[in-house]
Structure formats: C-alpha cells, structure tokens
Design a protein around this ligand. Structure first.
Ligand SMILES: Nc1nc2c(ncn2[C@@H]2O[C@H](COP(=O)(O)OP(=O)(O)OP(=O)(O)O)[C@@H](O)[C@H]2O)c(=O)[nH]1
Ligand SMILES: [Mg+2]
Length: 242
C-alpha cells in the first residue's frame, strides 16, 4: 500500500516585529511565549514562533534590528498580514528610525496589512511608575518591585507621538485613516520586563489578522505544506528558523 503523503500545517498568516536593535523585540516575544524576561543576544537574521490561535496557525517573526541585516527586512515582511513597529520609549532615535529605516521594508507586506506601533520598556519611564500607582496590574507580581526611582528615565516618546506616526504610516501606505483601525487601539505601550500590556498586544493582533486568514482561505490557498518538497530554511527545536 502506498504511504500517505506527509503534510504539515503551514502558518495561515504572518505577523512581523520590526524596529531598531535593542528596542526589545525578542524580549517581547519571549515574554509572550515563555512568560518570562530573560537575557537576550542581539538577533541575527530572523526567527519565528508559531502560535496556534483557535483553529489558526500564526507565525510571529522576530527580525534583527542591526543595520547590517537591514537588507533582510523586506524579505521577512513579504506577505505579512500585520507588522508591529517597535521603538524604545526612552529613545527618540529608535522612534525616528521606524520611519526612516523600517517603514519602507513593509512595501512587500500585504496591501491590507495591519500596523501596530509599540513603545517598549515602559517600566523604565517615570510616567509608567505614576500609572502603576493608580492601576498596578502586571503579570503576577505587585509592581512596586523594580521601580526604584534611580532606575527611572525620562520618557522620550509619548503616546501622541506614536499616534502621529500611525497616521503617517497609513498615509505612506495610501490608506484612508477613516477606513482603518483607529490609532488609539493600534498604539501600545509595553514592558517585556514586567509583562505590562504584552498579552494584550499579541492577542489583539491575533484577533485582527483572522479576517486576513479567512480571505486567504476563500481565495483557495492551500493550508498545508508538502514535507517532501525541498525545504528553504533550517528548523531548530524551538520551531525557529534562521
Ligand atoms: N527595562 C527593560 N529592558 C528591556 C525591555 N525589553 C528589552 N529590554 C532589554 O533591552 C535589551 C535589548 O533587548 P532585545 O529583546 O534583545 O532587543 P531586540 O529589539 O530584539 O534587539 P535586536 O535583536 O538587536 O534587534 C536587553 O538588554 C533587554 O534585557 C523592557 O521592557 N524593559
Ligand atoms: Mg532581537
């Protein structure tokens, strides 16, 4: 009897994390997937994590922010249903770089690609400390922990700046602001260190890409990949591809 052909579910959709080196892209993904903040090394190339979301498979691509890997960015963005543009709230430069260096990489993303603007390292900012005094909800622990005033820094990028960038991103993509998701719901301030807003960010994005999956399915794209076909990347144990 002939052996059944080996087929593996392939991701239904792709979400890409973009942003300058050191803003915390890898840490955000670790926080979400491993529920902890751990030491990182600067990413080389890119790596992906597969998330099962209900009946759907979503790949989240973590890319390298270092300039030397810049050329790879548009490759990782090809066919992306969503892009998370990430900056460090304590670094104005990391915010500026999003427009100067990273936005054009998204030209290869889907035409209906969804954008989120994410300011990470909220735990380092003084305004975050104030917020938490009134509403200290973070992962598991009371927040007082690491907020010694000596470690706090001035917040260099405000939420209004992020919302203004969101509007410019839509303009760059030729999209009508009124027909798109509102800036208030697409700009996030997070902390990979404490977990602040991290689940909310990723899970919002997962919900938002579901229509893109359904559209793809309606257009009749195969949802399996042939394991016997030549592979294009090496997989390691964690499901990452480098
Ligand atoms: N305080 C604080 N530090 C953070 C946070 N997120 C990341 N870091 C630290 O920032 C540094 C860079 O984090 P990474 O996650 O490696 O940054 P990246 O954006 O993946 O950098 P590349 O891979 O080089 O593009 C590390 O020392 C992290 O520990 C955060 O939310 N708060
Ligand atoms: Mg990284």
């Amino acid at each position: 009897m002939a052996e059944p052909t080996k087929k593996l579910k392939k991701p239904d959709v792709k979400i890409v994390l973009l942003g300058d080196m050191n803003v915390g892209k890898t840490s955000l993904l670790h926080r979400y997937t491993e529920r902890r903040f751990k030491d990182t090394v600067s990413t080389v190339g890119g790596a992906f994590f597969l998330k099962q979301w209900g009946p759907y498979n979503i790949s989240i691509w973590d890319t390298a922010g270092r300039e030397q890997f810049h050329g790879l960015g548009s490759m990782y963005c090809r066919g992306a249903a969503a892009v998370i543009l990430t900056y460090d709230m304590t670094s104005w430069q990391s915010y500026e770089e999003l427009e100067d260096r990273f936005l054009s990489l998204t030209d290869t993303a889907n035409t209906d690609c969804i954008f989120a603007i994410v300011g990470n390292k909220a735990d380092l900012t003084d305004s975050h400390a104030q917020d938490l005094n009134s509403d200290g909800e973070e992962e598991n622990k009371p927040i007082r922990i690491s907020l010694s005033s000596s470690s706090l820094q001035r917040k260099q990028v405000n939420r209004e700046d992020a919302m203004a960038l969101y509007a410019r991103v839509l303009r760059y993509k030729g999209l009508d602001e009124k027909a798109c998701l509102p800036a208030e719901s697409m700009c996030f301030e997070t902390s990979a260190k404490t977990g602040y807003n991290v689940d909310m960010l990723f899970e919002n994005m997962f919900d938002l890409v579901v229509p893109s999956i359904l559209k793809k399915r309606n257009e009749g794209e195969s949802s399996t990949v042939d394991l016997e076909a030549p592979s294009t990347g090496k997989r390691n144990k964690s499901g990452c591809c480098t």
